[in-house]
Design a binder for this molecule. Sequence first.
Ligand SMILES: Nc1ncnc2c1ncn2[C@@H]1O[C@H](COP(=O)(O)OP(=O)(O)OP(=O)(O)O)[C@@H](O)[C@H]1O
Ligand SMILES: [Mg+2]
Length: 506
Amino acid sequence: MASDAEASAHALELRRVVKSFGPVVALRSGSLTLDRGSIHALIGENGAGKSTLVKIIAGLYRRDSGEFLLDGESVDFTSTAQSKAAGIAVIYQEPTLFPDLSVVENIFMGRQPTNRIGRIDRRAMRDEAVQIFSRLGVGLDPDRVTDGLSIADQQIIEIAKAISLDARVLIMDEPTAALSGVEVERLFAVARSLRDEGRALLFISHRFDEVFALCDTVTVMRDGSYVETTPIVETSVDELVRQMVGRDVTELFPKLPAEIGETVLEVDGLTRAGVFRDISFTVRAGEIVGLAGLVGAGRSEVARAIFGVDPYESGTVRLLGAALPKGNPRAATARGLALVPEDRRRQGLVLDEGVTQNITLAIRGKLATWGLLWGGAENEAAQIWASRLEVKTAALDAETGTLSGGNQQKVVLGKWLATEPKVLIVDEPTRGIDVGTKAEVHRLLSQLAQEGMAILMISSELPEVLGMADRVLVMREGRLTGEFPRAEASPEAVMYAATADAEAAR
Ligand SMILES: Nc1ncnc2c1ncn2[C@@H]1O[C@H](COP(=O)(O)OP(=O)(O)OP(=O)(O)O)[C@@H](O)[C@H]1O
Ligand SMILES: [Mg+2]
């Protein structure tokens, strides 16, 4: 039985929590109160300290000072096992799966149910996994290894893992960043049912529409400190943005007029069996072509094939009229093509190297004179891009893995922009990036187009595509199903081409 004190206390409470990493103060004064039967949003700019707060709750980090109460009792976790045992489940910003283990094994990692004679009960594990998947409405094969799964699927497994813990407190650090609309809806349905069962939920997201659709209360953080907590019905996007950035962000899609020149990228009849078929399009100098579609439509796969990291069976890719060899990203880079991948942590960054080293990774050859890499040139190049992208880090030689999620994204963008490509393919360029910086990334893309770069922008955010693109291509199930000049690209038309469902288009 819960005592009276326990029943009246908040489910979880943090007061003025401080956390430093050497000279870096990640949290100056983090405060947060979670209540049972409620979904609480935590928002703030990249590097504001949200994930650090979460990791303290999870027992991954220990606080330097401040209070941490669970059901009114002071706690101090020294391991994630302790927080789990106390009923806290966490979905981390970066999936933490073991690639060689199966989906089921990952879900029950470290706490496999056992049967009467103490053996691991594989059937029980599998049954429970299947049950959670059906609750989430996903058709994942529970027996396959997780290696090679899309980030959306990895995220689903993380969610299943958290739900299977049957926790009293569920924390979700940007769980929807890689999910499509349908998957987000299902996750929200599950979150609401958990709330209605009386659990306390914390939801971190850079998407305001989700915060307003799902949450009851919102806490804003800025520069490692608590700013304000407000019931969601008493606030607005503008108000929250002001609290987050301390200024108004008026223009989210600052599209500049650009002169559209010669055809730079020409893709003709590109086909990879079972993945995409007969993909043909062009991108011209100064042009931003948006590639819209649902998650899983094959857009990233097309981009990867063009760049040469994935194979294709037939079709051609031409750069300024000359055919690009298949399966050769090095040649593609040398010829002026760059791809900012979707799964940046795995494909784009060396996490234990410095920010400078990562930004200059793809231009080392160019910076070296007579085979000697001059540190000054390297620092200069890194400096330029780190500041254009507002990368927030204590120092440019800090390990990239210590940067916040959004700031790591910016480093990958910087790495490819530093190659000064003729054609830039960006896959979800602003995923996980906060509102203020998002506007900066858009401004930057627009400027680069104005300077004559040809840009292919894959994005699942319709407003971003419609706001930035001169022309919109749409893919559905591996095929191109629509092409619209800017003036004709309405949300309805694009959604219809993406889903062939008149309902969804409305
Ligand atoms: N292990 C670490 N070592 C050094 N600095 C760190 C470490 N972890 C976090 N930081 C720093 O703490 C600050 C807060 O980071 P945190 O990851 O909490 O931000 P966030 O609010 O989650 O941002 P995002 O929206 O980008 O995910 C950042 O400046 C980051 O560089
Ligand atoms: Mg974070």
